[in-house]
Design a protein around this ligand. Structure first.
Ligand SMILES: Nc1ncnc2c1ncn2[C@@H]1O[C@H](COP(=O)(O)OP(=O)(O)OP(=O)(O)O)[C@@H](O)[C@H]1O
Ligand SMILES: [Mg+2]
Length: 253
């Protein structure tokens, strides 16, 4: 279980994340939604130990993550950042192999190689596994980064806008893959999404943020509502119901 306690991130005099208390139990797919600048990436960055909170703590199974040895933490939690760029000339396999580093410490064994091949297969990049990242399309590269996180094979996997650059088929494929990881392998996925329909369709829980604060937190049917969405986006969005699922009319009124 991950617990956030009095978590705050300031930049200068601005507070960009201010969360008194939040619990993320094991299991389930939680989406974080909210407008640009709401603090989603800052929040995810603190949960992943990428950035130090100005105040407060992120606690994983009773222990402050900043006090955990990095390698041990990385065997439990993996993160896909929003902006991924790599200067070195790497192939897909090289990149996905980095996901195994917390397990292999650089010496890949047969089990690591199996995880790498499996992750590449899950994102349908077998054909490109020996291609260099700088010779691939944006969406192919994004899928390679997702595979790197999958290869790490952690209980918790955090994804900051994983669907960026993906075509509709691969976007649906990635969400289904995350659902399977949660439903069949008991993983815990925390995903920042801008597409409200993807969030509504695939999440067990949705956390809606604005100005660093959590405005709503609950099941999709309680968060994907005209009322909550107008509070976070300052625009009226009609929410239709079809087969018990919310569908946001993205053209609004
Ligand atoms: N390194 C930084 N220095 C100063 N301000 C920052 C820094 N990083 C983020 N911010 C500010 O913090 C606020 C929250 O940024 P954050 O990246 O967490 O938003 P977000 O919800 O992820 O937005 P987006 O949907 O655009 O990715 C923004 O107003 C941003 O300008
Ligand atoms: Mg962001």
């Amino acid at each position: 279980m991950i617990e956030l306690k009095n978590l705050r991130q300031n930049y200068g005099s601005r507070t960009v994340v201010d969360v008194d208390a939040l619990t993320l139990p094991e299991g389930g797919l939680t989406s974080i939604i909210g407008p640009n600048g709401a603090g989603k990436s800052s929040l995810l960055g603190m949960i992943a130990g990428l950035q130090r909170p100005t105040r407060g703590q992120v606690i994983l199974d009773g222990q402050d993550i900043l006090r955990m040895p990095r390698n041990r933490f990385a065997r439990r939690l993996a993160v896909l950042r929003q902006d991924n760029s790599i200067n070195a000339r790497l192939t897909v396999r090289d990149l996905v192999g980095f996901g195994r580093y917390p397990h292999s410490r650089g010496r890949l064994n047969a089990c690591d190689v199996r995880h790498i091949a499996h992750a590449i297969k899950l994102v349908a990049l077998e054909e490109y596994q020996h291609s260099f990242l700088d010779e691939m399309s944006g969406g192919q590269r994004q899928r390679a980064f997702i595979a790197m996180v999958l290869a790490q094979n952690t209980e918790y996997a955090l994804f900051d806008e994983p669907l960026n650059s993906l075509d509709i088929k691969h976007a649906v494929g990635i969400m289904q893959l995350l659902r399977r990881a949660v439903d069949q392998h008991g993983k815990t996925a925390i995903v920042v999404l801008h597409d409200l329909n993807f969030a509504a369709r695939h999440s067990d829980r949705i956390i809606a943020m604005r100005d660093g604060k959590i405005i709503a937190d609950g099941k999709p049917e309680n968060v994907i509502t005209t009322d909550v969405l107008s509070k976070i986006y300052d625009m009226k969005l009609n929410v239709l119901k079809q087969q018990n699922k919310q569908i946001v009319d993205v053209f609004g009124k």
